[in-house]
Design a protein around this ligand. Sequence first.
Ligand SMILES: NC(=O)c1ccc[n+]([C@@H]2O[C@H](COP(=O)([O-])OP(=O)(O)OC[C@H]3O[C@@H](n4cnc5c(N)ncnc54)[C@H](O)[C@@H]3O)[C@@H](O)[C@H]2O)c1
Length: 329
Amino acid sequence: MKILCTGGAGYVGGACMRWLLRHGHDPIAFDNLSMGNRGSVPADRLVVGDIEDRDALSKALRDHGAEAVMHFAALASVPESIEDPEAYYRVNVVGTKNVLDAMLDNGVKLILFSSTAATFGFHAEMPLTEESPQSPETPYGTTKLAAEWLIKDYAKAYNLGYGLLRYFNAAGADPDGAHGESREKESHLIPLTLAVPLGHREKLLVYGGAFDTRDGTCIRDYIHTEDLAQAHQLTLEALKPGVGKAYNLGSGSGTSVLEVLRACEQAVGKPIAHEITDPRPGDPGVLVASSERIKRELGWNPQFSAIQQIVDTAWRWHVDHPNGYGGAQ
Ligand SMILES: NC(=O)c1ccc[n+]([C@@H]2O[C@H](COP(=O)([O-])OP(=O)(O)OC[C@H]3O[C@@H](n4cnc5c(N)ncnc54)[C@H](O)[C@@H]3O)[C@@H](O)[C@H]2O)c1
């Protein structure tokens, strides 16, 4: 299929673009490069544009002859969303509306949306299933849930097919070394941890050591981008107008911050300096997914998401790319 990937030059979008190319699809990225990297997608598969610009989106869909959209582009930092909700509503909600409107302009009927564990309440029972209550507790989560609602309402009225893919913690790098996690402003645990042995940071700050967890640090569910990419392919291929799917995507097992740190030390072969500091607002103690629904319905079969495998692939990529992609240009 011909697919327009908003945010396709970013971390998860870039991994999905590669996977789709390897599996016979024809994706292009539509990205403003605010967080993404020009070097992460082939030059002839990148349209530089902003999802705040409906006309540019419409033109990109038309020029590519797109049959489906994968909508990865978003602002995605919880602490930043608490400080600046205006930007989050503008990009994540109004931006999603622009994507949908541009689809209507061009008769594009299928959309996959990058949603998140942050749309769920913090105190729900773990693991989180698709039936767990969605009551986000941060502006990031609220804007992503609002985008889910927009998509569902448009789908009902305009006969769209949609997939809401709620990732837990995306992590890891291409096993063949081609694509990894590289942002100028990094907020994700594994690249921040590996930045210490690479000499880019003095130490890792561990936010909170007194959560009600086995070692006091936050527990999250890490899912490899290759496994996320497989979920996108399977969901896309199961969609048609009038069909809507929502899936939680995680490994089903939780790993604490200190366990991630140990896995990184194992990959690197030496200790990594760290300091436990205050918890950040908006960080729940535990988030773990149940992904039984997509396994049952679509045969999703995650292969890369053991924590050591995730960290080993990430470390290999960072060793080969000590300065990441080197920024947007
Ligand atoms: N990384 C995770 O652990 C995680 C977890 C849950 C959900 N998600 C969601 O997955 C998606 C991708 O996340 P990621 O980690 O790859 O993030 P990322 O920041 O690496 O990628 C986002 C991409 O969107 C682009 N972008 C941002 N604003 C844009 C705009 N206005 N117009 C066009 N492009 C724009 C950025 O340049 C970047 O390339 C996001 O929607 C995020 O909310 C990510």
